[in-house]
Design a protein around this ligand. Structure first.
Ligand code: PGA
Length: 234
């Protein structure tokens, strides 16, 4: 079975970009690709009203409770989200999310009927020390009991920096990650994220183990995002 390419737009803490909502918007769902939008939480509903496929950027694993300011996986699902990001590096950095917490999030997401995209990736120090595989293996080991997720390989030094990983280096890491997956999970989709742009998107997608893209900055520009979508279907 061929896997459907997945292109995700992570709008982070930004308003929906200009041009997000017309009928021919590049953020709309398509038959030939999975196009998923991750808006800020308060914009989930407007995106759903325009029939986008919507995910939460984060949620806690607990079903409910005294967690002021937080949201649960179950609430995301109840409000129409079908996807969720788990363990994005900005959450790991600014909110202290640990590998164990990310694994709990992923399990709770599955239990709530959501599709989790779990983000892994080494930081600049780990890359400089040649320890990128060890870093990613540690993150993946925490997930060894979780099945049915999408993985996003996002080297932290490439996120929001404009300094993307070379597609051949991304391929090495994607193949490594696939090698870590259990035998019955080898067809898991593995996305690349980190300074994906309209002029490099196609090169990632040509690599054997790159099954899609998680796009931040360039997803805030509807024309750039349209070009990325087009490079995924051509
Ligand atoms: P970027 O962000 O495309 O701006 O590097 C990617 C991400 O954070 O998922």
């Amino acid at each position: 079975m061929t896997k459907k390419t997945l292109i995700a737009a992570n709008w982070k803490m930004h308003a929906p970009p200009v041009g997000w909502d017309p009928e021919d918007s590049p953020y709309r769902p398509r038959k030939d690709l999975d196009v998923i939008v991750f808006p800020a939480l308060l914009d989930v509903h407007v995106c759903l009203e325009k029939f986008l496929t919507v995910g939460g950027q984060y949620a806690r694993p607990e079903q409910q409770g005294a967690f002021t300011g937080d949201v649960s996986m179950r609430l995301l699902a109840a409000h129409g989200c079908t996807w969720v990001l788990c363990g994005h590096s900005e959450r790991r950095l600014h909110h202290g999310e640990t590998d164990a917490f990310v694994a709990a999030q992923a399990q709770a997401a599955i239990d709530a009927g959501l599709h989790p995209i779990i983000c892994v990736g080494e930081n600049a120090d780990e890359r400089d020390a040649g320890k990128q595989k060890e870093a990613v293996e540690r993150q993946m080991n925490a997930l060894s009991h979780i099945a049915g997720c999408v993985i996003a390989y996002e080297p932290v030094w490439a996120i929001g920096t404009g300094k993307n990983a070379e597609p051949k280096d991304a391929q090495i890491m994607h193949a490594f990650i696939r090698g870590l997956l259990p035998a019955d999970q080898k067809s898991t989709r593995i996305l690349y994220g980190g300074s994906v742009k309209q002029d490099n998107a196609a090169r990632y997608l040509q690599e054997d183990d790159v099954d899609g893209l998680l796009v931040g900055t360039s997803s805030l520009d509807a024309a750039a995002f349209r070009a990325i979508i087009e490079s995924a279907v051509s």
